[in-house]
Design a protein around this ligand. Structure first.
Ligand code: F6P
Length: 366
């Protein structure tokens, strides 16, 4: 097999901490080890719509590695979680299939292979493009939500959990000083991985995740029990995708018209105050979970995934996602990764642990 000499890399979907560490690893392996050129494509697949397409690229060379990239949040390439090329939003409000233009942009860059760093939605789009355009694609999992199948970890998750845990560390003393119930709303578009991990690590009394139904009476009973034990405060963690007791999603409409989660913490705090008479306050952690310095774990996963993704290209293995499983880096078909959505495992150790610690986790009995 002739070695590819020029590869592309892009980041796609919501950003997270650790993306730059992955880009660094790709450059160190591809250029430092194999002697290849690495072309960074800006703003995900949107960059491939530019003409001349080179205008939306940047050479990722060893010169770029000044010692800071490993530590920096965000992505130096930019990213987008809008603009599906198969259903692209046009300025006049219409939608158009622009996939052929994206593929043509890729062709114009004369790349031998592409590394796409993204979550399930981005990987599904990239795979469709790869199949349509004959692109040799390898993907790296990233999502703070950690809901991609067949990988125990995705880049960004560890940092998000740390930010949420740190928030609980900071809320606890003020909660205790004022005898309050503090509600912390964390991200997780459909899954409660951040909430349950940070809730356990940060000493929450109540953790609500979308996978488990809850009752306000159950939450109130837990808070009353704490009061009866002499506790003057409580910490409640709620994942943004948790619904109201009536089963309605709580969402915000952005100026663009996009619907995003946000607000269930305020809903709950008001209900808890009504039910228990406690003074409540709400913190919505939001995008703080996506920024900041990547933790050691995210830097490590990004480095492991970046090196392995480049090696897969060197070996001529495509249409595969690198993954972390059983303390090993593995690779699996992208189709399996995106088909295997991973919610919080109700039989898993975190649910068992939370219940073992006496945390109110909803109306779920193992
Ligand atoms: O999927 C990652 C994520 O951060 C979710 O946890 C969150 O619901 C969403 O993205 C927020 O998206 P946006 O950046 O568009 O507000």
């Amino acid at each position: 097999m002739a070695s590819p000499k020029r590869i592309g890399v892009l980041t796609s979907g919501g950003d997270c901490a650790g993306l730059n560490a992955a880009l660094r690893a790709v450059v160190l392996r591809a250029t430092g080890h194999y002697g290849w050129q690495v072309v960074g494509i800006r703003n995900g697949t949107a960059g491939l719509l530019a003409r001349p397409v080179e205008a939306e690229t940047m050479a990722l060379s060893l010169d770029l590695l000044d010692g800071t990239l490993l530590r920096r949040g965000g992505t130096i390439l930019g990213t987008t979680n809008k603009g599906d090329p198969f259903d692209y939003p046009m300025p006049d409000g219409s939608r158009r299939d622009r996939s052929a233009e994206v593929i043509e942009g890729y062709r114009q860059l004369e790349l031998d292979a592409l590394i796409g760093i993204g979550g399930d939605g981005s990987q599904a789009i990239l795979r469709r493009l790869a199949q349509q355009g004959g692109i040799d694609l390898v993907t790296i999992p990233k999502t703070i939500d950690n809901d991609l199948g067949h990988t125990e970890l995705s880049i960004g998750y560890a940092t998000a959990v740390k930010v949420a845990t740190d928030a609980l560390d900071q809320l606890q003393p003020t909660a205790a000083s004022h005898s309050r119930v503090m509600v912390l709303e964390v991200m997780g578009r459909d899954a409660g991985h951040i909430a349950i991990a940070a809730g356990i690590a940060g000493g929450a009394d109540v953790i609500l995740i979308p996978e488990i139904p809850y009752s306000l009476a159950g939450i109130a009973a837990k808070i009353e029990a704490l009061k009866a034990q002499g506790r003057n405060f409580a910490l409640v963690v709620v994942a943004e995708a948790v619904k109201t007791e009536a089963g309605e999603a709580v969402r915000q409409t952005q100026a663009s018209g996009a619907q995003t989660y946000g607000g269930v913490g305020h809903y709950l705090a008001a209900r808890i105050a009504e039910e228990t008479g406690s003074e409540t306050r709400v913190t919505v952690l939001g995008h703080l979970q996506r920024g900041g310095l990547p933790t050691d774990r995210d830097r490590l996963m990004a480095s492991i995934f970046g090196v392995r993704a480049v090696d897969l290209i060197a070996e001529g293995h495509f249409d595969r996602m690198v993954a972390w499983s059983g303390r090993q880096v593995i690779d699996i078909p992208i189709s399996e990764a995106i088909a295997g959505y991973k919610a919080v495992d109700l039989d898993g150790p975190l649910v068992h642990t939370a219940q073992g610690l006496g945390i109110y986790l909803g109306e779920f009995r193992p």
